[in-house]
Design a protein. Structure first.
Length: 85
């Protein structure tokens, strides 16, 4: 028996995936994250099955987008002299 497809609101997606709202927006805009569905003009949702599939793809490929973004941000801060410079 298959699990019924559920919709997740933004807060649930962010909690499940562990990324920031800005990172979610950027990934979705770049076509690297499942697109949201507008249930009403003010209610955006994502398919939980699509989110789960996206997470499985990341695990299978070894990609860690949140860690990559953090590393490059630290490089930029380090190159600029960091704090107290």
């Amino acid at each position: 028996m298959s699990t019924p497809n559920r919709f997740l609101r933004r807060r649930a997606v962010l909690s499940k995936v562990g990324i920031s709202s800005t990172h979610l927006f950027n990934l979705e805009k770049a076509g690297r994250f499942p697109q949201h569905i507008m249930l009403t003009p003010r209610c955006a949702v994502w398919s939980e099955a699509e989110i789960d599939a996206w997470m499985q793809e990341r695990l299978a490929s070894g990609q860690r987008p949140a860690l990559t973004a953090l590393s490059s941000r630290q490089d930029v801060c380090g190159a600029a002299g960091g704090r107290g410079a």
